[in-house]
Design a protein around this ligand. Sequence first.
Ligand code: F6R
Length: 246
Amino acid sequence: MTRETFPHEGALAESLARRLADAITAQPSIVLGLPTGRTPLAMYAELVRLTQAEQIDWSRVRTFNLDEFVGLGDSEPGSYRAFMHERLFKHVNIHREHIGFLDGRATDLEAECARYESAIAAADGLDLVVLGIGANGHIGFNEPADTLAARTHRVILDDATRAGNALWFRGDVRAVPREALTMGMATILSARRVTLMATGEAKAEAVCAMLEGGITTRLPASFLQLHPDVQVLLDEPAGECLPIRR
Ligand code: F6R
């Protein structure tokens, strides 16, 4: 894993947006795995700005988001699908049929997870997956546990994860769904390249353990140590227990 520390989260967002814009230009049919959450907000805003300023063409880009809440569909506030539409998809010329998303309202959630795996495989896998990290070390919604699931599956969310998502539900943690669908560990680790972003001191402990600790199902992000091409982008507070390398 390589790591870079930026003086503040705005600088990280700008740098990652630049890399994604360049990746699309270099490989117009790139297949991206994308996160939601607070961390990528500024990055998506900058990516939209770059796209418009430089007329970056998304017409052949395909995307698969990491996760979605069970029970929430396309247009429901709080759904990750709605998040992505507002922050990215409606601002770029991506084709609707190139947007891969788990349907949290599917009647057969197991079949929906299998469909997602097949869709990713049919796209010839993920070229680049962008990740955030939970303060508990989760990636996607692969929560710390005795065992982790390899492929896309249904999960029960940790209380801390639900609390961290309350901001998308008017601050009401009780409104945050208890379950989600998420890409599994092997789905993520099969991506050809991985970029993980983390900002703020609340992430510092998990980031330290991911980079320097042992590989453990109790910190799912630690499995990224097994991947040959991982970039970790941090702001100073998230990297604070590490010597800063610029
Ligand atoms: C969201 C996702 C999660 C988040 C993580 C950090 O799609 O996969 O793993 O990246 O929970 O969330 P924020 O950025 O809100 O701190």
